[in-house]
Design a protein around this ligand. Structure first.
Ligand code: V47
Ligand code: SF4
Length: 360
């Protein structure tokens, strides 16, 4: 028996993957074996369902104080390519888009140097009043950490203020890669792994569902990926509020890191999806974010442990198109999602932010 077959047998017997075994499996298992193991785990978690939601994004600004080396999106204050929506524009946008029946508004943008917690609370209040039927899933832990620090409040206090304003969930961005050395090299201004995890933990204690991500496929090692996933698994054991994990594939167009590294293959994307499902045995959903992968890789990821494709989006995000993703004007119809799921032998199910099924 090979080392990978040995580990597969232990996994099938109900054992939890250790860090060492996860690295061996990642490097040595044939792709078909990872597909089989991850599909078995996916079936145990969500049967034959593939989840999607009706959502749209609002990106209030691309002006950002930070300067992450993988970012194609940020512009410095004063740049001719910068945008900075007013609260009136944001509210109008939310009202116009909510008319399509969305159940979720996803709000993420740059770390604007002139904004504070009160401004963001007001933004949430106005979006919620314009789209009362939708869950406001807003601001990465990185944005929140900056705002809370500036306001001199604890994570629990800051979160409580935003929940009162209407925030209903936190997206998974800003996690990037937790390894301290690499994090310092790639995004030195961002909050640390511990601070990112603390904000999610506090959110979980307040009953908020949150997501988690990893930015992979640049200069990180397999061991650094495994370390990242194990930290998330430990946080989930402690506070239990992660709904979904989203592996985000690094795209290299128009950012400084792209000069020194390429992009990984589709095979590597499938191994990443499968290993996420196998290591994160306590996070119910693994999302193949179709805007970032493109529709074809998303279809493949459904056979490697993913059970969610994110939402209809309706051309409302620029983060990925600016970094070189295939989908220039990201939009997908429910019919297309249903066809994708059916081709993978699965069944598309509409969900809300907390994965309750939506009956229309
Ligand atoms: O944190 C930035 C990533 C994230 C690049 O929670 C890049 O459901 C690839 O977190 N190549 C923001 N990725 C987006 C995000 C997200 C998206 C969709 C759904 C959810 C969810 C969360 O975008 C950032 C960063 O990791 N990112 N630049 C790039 N060049
Ligand atoms: Fe700013 Fe986010 Fe880009 Fe980093 S990834 S520079 S925090 S917009």
């Amino acid at each position: 028996m090979t080392r990978a077959e040995h580990i597969a047998k232990a996994l099938r017997g109900g054992e939890r993957l250790s860090g060492g075994d996860a690295s061996v499996l990642w490097r040595e298992a044939p792709l078909w074996l990872l597909g089989e193991l991850a599909s078995e785990a996916k079936r145990r978690a969500s049967g034959d369902k593939v989840f999607y939601n009706r959502n749209f994004h609002i990106e209030p600004t691309n002006i950002c104080l930070f300067n992450c080396r993988f970012c194609s999106y940020r512009r410095p204050n004063g740049s001719p390519e910068a945008w900075d929506l007013t609260l009136d524009q944001i509210e109008d946008e939310a009202r116009r888009r909510a008319a399509g029946g969305a159940t979720e508004v996803h709000i993420v943008g740059g770390v604007h140097p002139d904004r504070d917690l009160g401004y963001y609370a007001e933004m949430i209040r106005r979006v919620k009043s314009a789209a009362p039927a939708a869950t406001v899933k807003a601001f990465t832990a990185v944005e929140l950490h900056y705002l809370f620090k500036k306001a001199g409040v604890t994570a629990a206090e800051g979160l409580r203020m935003l929940v009162e304003a209407g925030m209903g969930a936190i997206p998974g961005g800003g996690a990037e890669i937790f390894d301290p050395e690499l994090r310092k090299r790639l995004c030195p201004e961002k909050c640390t792994a511990e601070e990112w995890l603390e904000i999610h933990g506090e959110a979980h204690k307040l009953g908020l569902g949150t997501n988690a991500t990893i930015l992979y496929g640049h200069v990180e090692s397999i061991e650094q990926r495994v370390d990242h996933l194990l930290r998330l698994r430990a946080q989930q054991d402690a506070t239990g509020g992660f709904n979904a994990f989203v592996p985000l594939k690094y795209r290299r167009a128009n950012n400084p890191l792209g000069v020194e590294t390429g992009e990984v293959s589709v095979i590597e994307d499938l191994r990443m999806t499968a290993m996420s499902r196998l290591i994160l045995d306590n996070i119910p959903h693994i999302k193949a974010y179709w805007v970032m992968y493109g529709k074809q890789t998303t279809e493949l990821a459904l056979a490697f442990g993913a059970d969610d494709v994110d939402g209809t989006i309706d051309d409302s995000t620029k983060i990925y198109s600016m970094a070189g993703a295939e989908e220039r004007r990201p939009a997908i119809t429910v019919t297309e999602i249903e066809r994708m799921a059916a081709d993978a032998g699965l069944r598309a199910v509409e969900r809300d932010t907390d994965y309750n099924e939506v009956a229309r």
